[in-house]
Design a protein around this ligand. Structure first.
Ligand SMILES: NC(=O)c1ccc[n+]([C@@H]2O[C@H](COP(=O)([O-])OP(=O)(O)OC[C@H]3O[C@@H](n4cnc5c(N)ncnc54)[C@H](O)[C@@H]3O)[C@@H](O)[C@H]2O)c1
Length: 317
């Protein structure tokens, strides 16, 4: 019998790449998604698809009775600005949806491992000097980050009190084919489309604000590793949390110039006033993921950006 994986949010950008990675390893993959932002066409043909909301009793029943070895929870409201505008909606999916799944995991005859997608960008806030290490203080600046941190606390609690195996992967800014312009690395999708439209690339402020851009293929590989890795002892909040990024800070001006170069297209770069409240620097240390998961990012930024640009170009042909 192949191992069974439930992939919540598997019709989305990152989830669909995780589905590919798990199928390649011989898993039976069930994708659960409400298609609110995901697309049915993103789900590989070899995966099973169920159209459900993670908040529903039907989703809970599937988790409880589905005999899964692992549940990978990617389903979320991912737009940080929307979380600011409507924190109740954000919490309903990002906290209560996750909690519905965790309670069902607890009720399963043989509780599966849970791999939870958190954020290495929004969770630490702007008060620490990058690269962020897992046990740095957390002070999220948005309801989105607060919700991710809340679920991490729940997972630590479920581990200590109920013996549930929870792994937290705190993604940096994930880019690659199928990405959404509203995600945390949305700028890559926006720049690709601007280049294809013959429009200038707009950089806010001096363009020196940095992010840690990690290719989605590397994030999928980290999830596959987390499904079976030997975990550190159960403990407090950060015990089983790992950053997934590159450890490299790339400023937005460099990103724009690199994308322009690898695309082989002409594009001008425009400057616009800095956006108030924008985080200035962000990157994450990935040493712990190396130790625990035996994982390291493999895709160089030039190569990954070329792959992403080619994807957006292919949508136009
Ligand atoms: N993209 C990034 O840079 C980034 C960075 C850090 C963390 N993350 C996290 O990674 C995960 C995946 O993000 P993504 O970028 O692939 O976004 P995405 O929007 O492409 O994927 C999210 C998926 O969840 C589904 N979904 C949303 N609400 C649902 C619900 N109530 N019930 C069932 N399915 C639901 C959507 O339809 C979609 O398919 C999210 O948890 C996100 O917070 C992403």
């Amino acid at each position: 019998m192949p191992p069974r994986a439930l992939l919540n949010g598997g019709a989305g950008f990152i989830g669909s790449h995780i589905a590919d990675a798990l199928l390649a390893l011989g898993y039976h993959v069930v994708v659960l998604d409400d298609l609110s932002t995901g697309k049915r066409g993103n789900v590989p043909a070899a995966a099973e698809f169920v159209h459900l909301d993670v908040r529903s009793p039907e989703a809970a029943a599937l988790v409880r009775d589905g005999a899964f070895d692992v549940v990978l929870h990617q389903a979320a409201q991912i737009d940080v600005r929307r979380s600011v505008a409507d924190p109740v909606h954000d919490a309903s999916i990002n906290i209560l949806g996750a909690l519905n799944i965790l309670e069902a995991v607890r009720a399963a005859p043989r509780p599966p491992r849970v791999v939870f997608s958190s954020t290495g960008g929004a969770i630490y806030g702007d008060f620490v000097t990058p690269p962020n290490v897992e046990d740095f203080p957390k002070d999220p600046e948005s309801p989105y980050g607060i919700a991710k941190l809340a679920v991490e606390h729940y997972l630590a609690y479920y581990g200590r009190v109920h013996g549930i195996e929870g792994v937290v992967l705190r993604y940096a800014n994930v880019y690659g084919p199928r990405q959404d312009p509203h995600g945390e690395a949305g700028v890559v999708a926006i720049f690709c489309n601007r280049i294809l439209d013959g429009q200038p690339l707009t950089v806010y402020g001096d363009g020196r604000q940095t992010r840690d851009y990690v290719h989605v293929g590397d994030v999928a590989a980290a999830n596959a590793a987390a499904a079976t890795a030997v975990l550190p002892a159960v403990g407090r909040l950060d015990a089983r949390a790992m950053n997934i990024g590159t450890g490299v800070e790339t400023d937005v001006l460099t990103l724009a110039e690199t994308l322009r170069r690898v695309s082989g297209r002409a594009a001008t770069i425009d400057f616009a006033p800095a956006r108030p409240g924008e985080q200035l620097r962000s990157s994450v240390s990935v040493a712990k993921a190396g130790r625990v998961l035996g994982w390291a990012p493999a895709r160089a930024l030039d190569d990954g950006l070329k792959d992403t640009f080619d994807y957006f170009a292919s949508l136009r042909s």
